[in-house]
Design a binder for this molecule. Structure first.
Ligand SMILES: [Zn+2]
Length: 262
């Protein structure tokens, strides 16, 4: 009993001491002097908080609005990746065949692109040709069903879904289903979809000019941890000229750009 009373007294004592300590003002505490603006610089006027806040909200609102477009399947800026899927029944409404050379002869869905992406790809291929670079289309639109079969093929070949998913998208997660993507190649790599395409003069031109036609290299080298796909120099994605320019200038993959915008 006596020990309990003693411990209560001690607790009360130390608590009072501790609380007391927080109330002790350190000696000679003075507010830090406000630095004077350097000569020639104008100090920001923060007195009008309302204007500052309003302009901040307007900017933030625009970014949020842009972000909302990223989830709109009808928009050419739709974000498709391992977190953002296309519905299994989504078929682009305006698929057409671009007038470009392909690496194959048969009539197939992989020739197709959405109208806007198609006309800009034609312009891109024409500009490349004018600069002496002949490009070929390999694979464009791919339906949900086709992607499902393709993914299953890689699962069987590589032994697990995880391994297959490093190089092949699960159905609904492929940009090819959006009708906004075309895999391209050149004769210099024997018309293949191979990493060595990234070392060709055709790719060197593409890398610095595709954005002028609204296209980006979607899975660049060194950004695999962000895109969650291995480097694919051949995989071009149409996002429209404005966004393509922003992505090109910021040198960021789509996901990274979106993250920093919001
Ligand atoms: Zn592709």
């Amino acid at each position: 009993m006596g020990a309990r009373v003693l411990s209560l007294i001690l607790i009360t004592f130390f608590t009072t001491l501790a609380l007391g300590c927080t109330q002790i003002e350190p000696p000679n505490t003075q507010p830090a002097p406000t630095p004077a603006p350097e000569q020639g610089q104008t100090a920001p006027d923060l007195s009008d908080d309302t204007t500052y806040l309003e302009s901040f909200l307007v900017k933030r609102g625009a970014a949020v609005q842009e972000a909302l477009n990223y989830s709109d399947v009808a928009s050419v800026t739709v974000l498709v990746n391992k977190q953002n899927h296309l519905p299994s029944d989504y078929i682009p409404p305006d698929l057409v065949e671009p007038d470009i050379p392909f690496t194959f002869d048969e009539k197939a869905e992989k020739r197709l692109l959405r109208q806007e992406a198609s006309s800009h790809l034609e312009e891109l291929f024409t500009a490349a040709k004018e600069n002496g670079f002949i490009l070929y289309g390999v694979s464009g639109y791919r339906s949900y069903e086709t992607q499902k079969n393709l993914f299953q093929y890689f699962v069987r070949r590589d032994g697990s879904e995880e391994k297959a998913n490093q190089i092949s998208a699960r159905p609904g997660e492929s940009e090819h289903q959006s009708g906004l993507t075309m895999d391209v190649t050149s004769k210099s790599v024997n018309f293949g979809l191979v990493k060595s395409f990234g070392e060709t003069k055709e790719y060197a031109w593409l890398k610095d000019n595709a954005h002028l036609f609204g296209y980006i290299v979607r899975y660049p080298q060194g950004k695999e941890h962000i895109t969650e796909y291995t480097y694919e120099p051949w995989h071009l994605r149409y996002v429209g000229q404005e966004l393509a320019l922003n992505l090109y200038e910021s040198d960021m993959p789509y996901e990274e750009y979106l993250f920093f915008r919001i």
